[in-house]
Each structure stands twice: as C-alpha cells, then as structure tokens.
Design a protein. Structure first.
Length: 68
C-alpha cells in the first residue's frame, strides 16, 4: 500500500471516530471479516453505522444553523 492510500485510511478512521461512529464502523469491519466480505450478511451493522453517520450530520447541521 502506498503512503497516500495509507494516509487516506487513517484520515477516514479519524473522521469516523470524531463523528462518534467508530464502534459502529468497527462492527461493520468485523462482520465483513466474519462473513468473508459479504455485505448482505452485515445489514444490521451497516444500518447502525449509517444511522450514526446521519445523526452526526444532522447534529453538525443544527449546530451550524445555531451559530448563524
């Protein structure tokens, strides 16, 4: 893996953790590993991660509106 790709992965992990969704992302990764990368087997984990991300975006937008 080249260093720029490695940096992108680290940045993504950092972003996910800053949003408070790290544990959900980790659950998706662990499920994908257990299911031999079959995302269909991991739908509950994917939904939980997506819901966390949407909530994080909603909170960020609301805070941005409150600052205006």
């Amino acid at each position: 893996m080249d260093s720029s790709k490695h940096d992108e992965i680290i940045d993504f992990d950092r972003l996910v953790n800053l949003q408070g969704c790290g544990r959900y992302y980790q659950a998706v990764q662990e499920c994908m590993e257990r299911s031999e990368r079959d995302w269909r087997a991991c739908q509950s984990e994917v939904r939980a991660f997506r819901n966390c991300y949407k909530h994080s975006e909603f909170v960020k937008a609301r805070e941005s509106q409150a600052q205006k």
